[in-house]
Ligand binder design. Structure first.
Ligand code: SAH
Length: 257
């Protein structure tokens, strides 16, 4: 007998944003393999006995992906029901694709369970729609993790600047100076609004706003750290217009219970 592996998205961190399917699967799973991205609230709601952390280890090193892959197969072969819990959506910069391939290669049945991605919801909770008829009709999701100055960078920031659409950069706190520099070099307006949303939907969510030209200073003065998304484009200014009436920030939200 072989157990099934569920590749489950946790959403950005607010436990209320887990899907019903995710919650049910977590409850019935034998083991939940996770990293830190689902956030403390969701992780602490899972009994410790069935949690296995495959994220950053104490020394600051990442658990190698090969270990996680091997562990998923091993548990399934022991007929365990396994939830592989990932922040946001498993197939958005989450290595869920690689895990799906590895499971299939090893004959392990799996199910993909979509999650609310931080790439869209992280902007939305700050009052920023990733598309807006008055501003943009396209949006690109980009990893900021690569060094744009390295020769073999796979990301063409100049081409992205030319789309005129919204850019949402994930894993892009550290390399912010490099890719904002590339976008300015590509001729993007220095006044283009930019927002950083740190720990979106977590109790300590923070939003910092600026422009393409000022955002690096804003990041430094506010001390913005990962996990955060960067939103570049005119839509980022929508926040100012709606902010006073936005009830997403957890402090200001009216509880219904
Ligand atoms: N699969 C995830 C993304 C994984 S990559 C998703 O769909 O959301 C990791 C990056 O996601 C982080 O560096 C950050 O850019 C972003 N991220 C994930 N959760 C976040 C959150 N709650 N707030 C802000 N950014 C978040």
């Amino acid at each position: 007998m072989t157990g099934t592996v569920y590749l489950v998205g946790s959403g950005p961190g607010d436990p209320d944003l887990l899907t019903v399917r995710a919650r049910r699967l977590i409850e019935s799973a034998d083991v939940v393999l996770h990293d830190k991205l689902p956030g403390a609230e969701i992780l602490e709601s899972i009994p410790e006995a069935k949690r296995e952390d495959v994220g950053k280890r104490a020394g600051g090193e990442w658990t190698p992906q090969e270990y996680t892959n091997r562990r998923l197969v091993e548990l399934a072969e022991e007929d365990k029901t396994v939830v592989r819990l990932k922040g946001g959506d498993p197939f958005v910069f989450g290595r869920g694709g690689e895990e799906a391939e590895h499971l299939a290669d090893n004959g392990i049945p799996f199910e993909y369970v979509p999650g609310v991605t931080s790439a869209i919801a992280g902007a939305g909770v700050a009052g920023i729609p990733v598309t807006h008829r008055d501003h943009t009709s396209s949006v690109s999701f980009v990893t900021g993790h690569e060094d744009p100055t390295k020769d073999e960078s796979a990301i063409d920031w100049h081409a992205l600047a030319d789309t005129g659409g919204t850019l949402v950069v994930l894993m892009g706190v550290g390399k912010l100076p490099a890719y904002t520099g590339e976008l300015l070099d590509a001729g993007m307006d220095p006044e283009t609004p930019v927002a950083l949303i740190e720990r979106a939907t977590w109790p300590d969510q923070r939003v910092a706003s600026g422009t393409l030209e000022t955002i690096v200073d804003v990041r430094d003065s506010e001390g913005i750290e990962p996990p955060a998304i960067t939103v570049v484009g005119d839509v980022a200014a929508t926040r100012e217009r709606v902010k006073a009436f936005l009830r997403n920030e957890r402090d200001g939200r009216e509880e219904t219970e």
